[in-house]
Design a protein around this ligand. Structure first.
Ligand code: FUL
Length: 489
């Protein structure tokens, strides 16, 4: 619709009036997420699959000289693999389509160093096809990891390799899409096979890959894809592979290289990945990647070192519960299946998470407190809707809300969520419970973001209070949930 300038001018006062009305939404604060970033953060728990020639050579980093003939799973079962992730409660799987050794899990047009040259299914197999199809059957999103470092390619280090990398990205996104996340790993160990050269090659990670051009290509192929690397642009690495996340862990960061003067790029050490930066320039939430076993790839020697269901629940609280997304790697074994021990842990984890979040007790409460009008009332905290939120007047930056119950409730988990489209607003908060005569502080913390979980001792009470104790602007919170973890540690 095209309006003449005069018409627009005439409409302006109306628009201003509407914006100043008593129940207008608060102004956004600081760096803001894209809709794709919000969708990604809402997944909270996703999975990773590392499976390649390393699985058969018992290595973590293949040198690049592995013969495709070693890749020969005896009983590959994408359904068994993907259902194991789904049963744990994961919402997406990132498949390592090519690791540093260069072997491709799909029959790429751009190389013959792939499943096509392997004995598996007579060279007609396609792991990327089978896993991506199974993801869709299980309603999981599908992401791809394509290692920028390639120890197999003769041209690694020259411009033609960067073209090869982009061709493969395009091929994967257009053949197996929709792809929800693209993962650029930062590792570059230097030495490799490199088409027989067997030497060390050093590239400058700040310039060699020309990331802005690659990212523009991904955006052009599908603007809904979120891009992960040490420095985003959409999702940042959390800085460790321990499965834990900083507290606080801000969704914002101002990327600065650890080495003074260096351009912040994938593969370059970046400051503050663990905590992010309060009021940082960019919205770039953290992804917490770790493995269910010590290694990323399957090793029979690690069959006794698989993390248990209760351990994984603790990781969930310590990563997703700090506003990050938990990315759990489960490596298929030489059969091409998730090992029985790992499967049992995933099933147990799924059961435990389901039991914890089975009922949001806060939905039974009457919520009272100040607000900027009924559209933003405290009832929005307990309505179970992600798209509604409680907000106060602009000058009420440290308000409290009380949830009152007709009959006592017992809970040991609290979940808080900010309404992300208006930015990460709250600094400090506290939760109290009523003991019959006084308020008793149950927990306090810094930062809320997409999901802040408190795991406490069980409390039985008729009143729970949330206090926002420090915030530069009025808070906008979409949820305060209360849950009972039945088998708390
Ligand atoms: C690292 C890689 O070197 C590991 O092998 C693994 O893929 C991990 C997720 O990223 O940088």
């Amino acid at each position: 619709m095209i309006y003449a300038l005069g018409v627009i001018a005439a409409m302006l006062p109306m628009l201003t009036l509407a914006a100043e009305g008593p129940s207008s939404a608060p102004a956004p604060y600081g760096a803001l997420p894209s809709p794709a970033q919000v969708r990604w953060q809402q997944m909270e728990f996703i999975g990773f699959i590392h499976f390649t020639t390393n699985t058969f050579t018992d290595k973590e980093w293949g040198f690049g000289d592995e013969s495709p003939s070693v890749f020969n799973p005896t009983d590959f079962d994408a359904e068994q693999i993907v259902s194991s992730f789904a049963v744990a409660g994961m919402k997406q799987i990132v498949l390592v389509c090519k690791h540093h050794d260069g072997f491709c899990l799909w029959p790429s047009k751009f190389t013959d160093h792939s499943v096509e040259q392997s004995p598996w299914k007579g060279g007609k197999g396609d792991v990327v096809r089978e896993i991506s199809d199974a993801c869709r059957r299980h309603k999981l999103k599908f992401g791809i990891y394509l290692s920028p470092w390639d120890r197999n390619r003769a041209d690694y280090g020259s411009p033609s390799y960067v073209e090869y990398y982009r061709n493969q990205l395009r091929e994967l996104i257009t053949t197996y899409g929709p792809v929800s996340e693209v993962w650029h790993d930062g590792a570059n160990g230097g030495d490799g096979f490199y088409g027989g050269a067997r030497e060390a090659r050093k590239i400058d990670p700040t310039s060699y890959y020309d990331w802005p051009t690659t990212w523009a290509l991904i955006r052009q192929l599908d603007p809904n894809i979120v891009i992960f690397s040490d420095v985003g642009p959409d999702i940042r690495w959390v800085g460790t592979e321990s499965g834990w996340t900083g507290d606080p862990c801000w969704s914002t960061i101002t990327p600065v290289a650890e080495e003074a003067g260096r351009k912040p790029s994938p593969g370059v050490g970046i400051k503050d990945l663990w905590h992010g930066t309060r009021n940082g320039e960019r919205w770039m939430p953290a992804e917490t990647d770790f493995s269910i076993r010590p290694g990323w790839f399957y090793h029979a020697s690690e069959d006794g070192k698989v993390k248990t269901g209760p351990e994984l629940v603790s990781h969930y609280f310590g990563s997703a519960g700090h506003g990050s997304v938990m990315l759990l790697n489960v490596p298929p074994d030489r059969r091409g299946r998730v090992h029985e021990t790992d499967r049992a842990s995933l099933e147990d984890l799924g059961k435990r998470l389901k039991a914890i979040f089975a009922e949001d007790l806060a939905r039974r409460a009457k919520a009272t407190g100040p607000s900027r009008g009924s559209a933003f009332g405290p009832d929005k905290l307990v309505d179970g809707k992600a798209g509604t939120y409680w907000a106060t007047e602009d000058d009420q930056t440290t308000p409290s809300v009380v949830l009152e119950f007709r009959a006592p409730v017992t809970f040991n988990v609290v979940r808080l969520r900010e309404y992300l489209p208006l930015g990460q607003r709250v600094d400090d908060w506290a939760v109290d419970t009523w003991d019959g005569s006084d308020w008793v502080e149950l927990a306090k913390g810094t930062a809320i973001g997409s999901c802040r979980l408190v795991r406490a001792k069980p409390v039985t009470t008729t009143k729970v209070r949330l206090r926002v104790t420090k915030s530069p602007v009025c808070p906008c919170l979409s949820e305060m949930g209360l849950f009972l973890e039945p088998q708390a540690p």
